[in-house]
Design a protein around this ligand. Structure first.
Ligand SMILES: C[C@@H]1O[C@@H](Oc2ccc([N+](=O)[O-])cc2)[C@@H](O)[C@H](O)[C@@H]1O
Length: 470
């Protein structure tokens, strides 16, 4: 019997379809867009984003420190004249980036506790400094200057050892790379930088570290034709050692974001609040003012656990993944406030993860009566013989989840959108983490759900009702 509706969109299907093996993608968006999203990514739902590099040393302003400084930011100028000798350059911060307490297994222990399923590290930000021994970044990489470590190498290994997926952030442009600046001066009619720096770096990253995510950024000054994005992605999908596994985002040149890529980031903190046709990801940073570590960060600048859970619930409900950013310190430690937020999230997921991991958007996203309630549903087993392009709206599902972010007064929760899917005697409703079922009845088109006493409930910040067949 069809108990309800669970949307499974064509673009959120697995990769091992019988058609897949024979496909060679041609280097144009039309063809690249036909690729099916590797299943692991949709199922994972949550990732951790790490912004770490030379900018973590001043730990001031943001990861845009260098550019803001050169752009005449008065606060940075004052900071530099007060605390550093005249002539001190941004490059001079690099030897101070020692990462002396960096312990990849400590980090991965925390990532595991957070409940995230993938980790994305800045392999190179806009300053061009790489966290791996780039063959094209002489004396401007973490192996030669600063930590003297192949950080991408160490972290990728540690992350995989604990069973998580590893991905890299990579900035296409470099603010002050003379070869890039030259191409830019030529209105991008020359490709010196793209040919001699960008492509070799990207190939090295993919071949040596085999990342599962390539999170591209810094695309906005030039068209994809300058970056040769489609050639690169075709190589990734057709020939690279991660061709079945890799997912890429949408920052591949002017006009590309929100249009092409395995998943869309669109703008930072993108959270449209309604179901999207294409897989997307909501990337946000716990320190609301910076992606990189800021020494002046105060508690007020950080997202609360409840705010983070709001992002998780609303995003997953609308078909997105969540990528939560933290900036490690120059010493290689992770600030206890980030640690606490991530552990809170993980503890919440231990109880309520069933409503998040491997779920699908349901027929409704936000309840039309109670806007603090977001729905997800448990997926039907995926049929690899039938990768559908359109939503299937008649699948049997094993559960609908209603995630609510505020506890109702008098412990009576009212929902509207599940009414037509509930039949007395057939359905039960449980509050995840609490034994037994809760009582409910339908009155004038609304379900009234009697929650237990809040003091007796294990979860904090947000709660999940699971609706399933008795
Ligand atoms: C994750 C972030 O990505 C970029 O910032 C952006 C990029 C694109 C948009 N956008 O499209 O709105 C906004 C901020 C970077 O400049 C920033 O430092 C950080 O790494």
């Amino acid at each position: 019997m069809n108990i309800s509706y669970c949307l499974i969109r064509g673009d959120v299907t697995v990769h091992n379809s019988p058609y897949y093996k024979s496909i060679k993608f041609s280097p144009d968006w039309k063809d690249l867009d036909t690729r099916q999203l590797p299943r692991w990514y949709d199922e994972a739902k949550l990732g951790i984003f790490l912004h770490w590099g030379v900018y973590s040393v001043p730990g001031f302003s943001s990861e845009w420190f260098w550019n803001n400084w050169k752009g005449g930011d008065k606060n940075i100028e004052k900071f530099m004249t007060q605390h550093y000798s005249p002539g001190f350059t941004y490059q001079d911060f690099a030897p101070m980036f020692k990462a002396e307490f960096f312990d990849s297994s400590k980090w991965t222990e925390l990532f595991l506790k957070s409940g995230a399923r993938y980790v994305v590290l800045t392999s190179k930000h806009h300053d061009g400094y790489t966290l791996f021994p780039s063959e094209c970044s002489f004396s401007w990489n973490s192996y030669e200057v600063g930590p003297k470590l192949d950080i991408v190498g160490q972290l990728s290994k540690a992350v995989r050892e604990v069973g998580l997926k590893f991905g890299v952030y990579h900035s296409l442009y470099e603010w002050y790379n003379p070869i890039y600046v030259e191409d830019k001066k030529n209105n991008f009619s020359t490709h010196y930088y793209a040919d001699t720096k960008l492509w070799p770096d990207l190939k090295q990253l993919i071949n040596d570290y085999k990342p599962s995510v390539l999170w591209s950024d810094g695309d906005w000054e030039a068209y994809d034709t300058y970056w040769k994005s489609t050639d690169f992605i075709a190589w990734l999908y057709n020939e690279s050692p991660v061709k079945d596994e890799i997912v890429v985002n949408d920052r591949w040149g002017i006009g590309i974001p929100c249009k092409h890529g395995d998943f869309y980031n669109c703008v930072d903190r993108y959270n449209p609040g309604e179901l999207q046709k294409h897989k997307w990801e909501n990337a946000f940073t716990i320190d609301k003012k910076s992606w990189g570590f800021r020494k002046t960060m105060s508690l007020n600048d950080t997202m609360t656990t409840r705010e983070i859970l709001y992002q998780v619930a609303s995003t997953v409900s609308c078909g997105g993944n969540v990528l939560i950013n933290i900036g490690p310190t120059q010493e290689g430690t992770i600030a206890p406030i980030f640690e606490e937020r991530l552990i809170d999230l993980g503890n919440w997921l231990k109880i309520n993860g069933e409503a998040i991991y491997s779920t699908s958007p349901w027929l409704y996203q936000k309840d039309s009566l109670n806007s603090d309630v977001w729905y997800t549903c448990a997926k039907t087993p995926y049929n690899s013989q039938h990768p559908t392009a359109k939503p299937r709206v008649d699948d049997d599902i094993s559960g609908i989840f209603a995630i609510f972010l505020s506890w109702p007064s008098s412990s009576l929760l009212q929902l509207k959108d599940v009414v037509s899917h509930l039949q007395t005697g057939i359905y039960k409703i449980e509050l995840l983490g609490n034994k037994g079922v809760v009582n409910w009845k339908i009155e004038s088109g609304v379900v009234n759900i009697e929650l237990p006493d809040k003091a007796a409930v294990v979860s904090e910040y947000a709660w999940v009702l699971k609706i399933s067949i008795n």
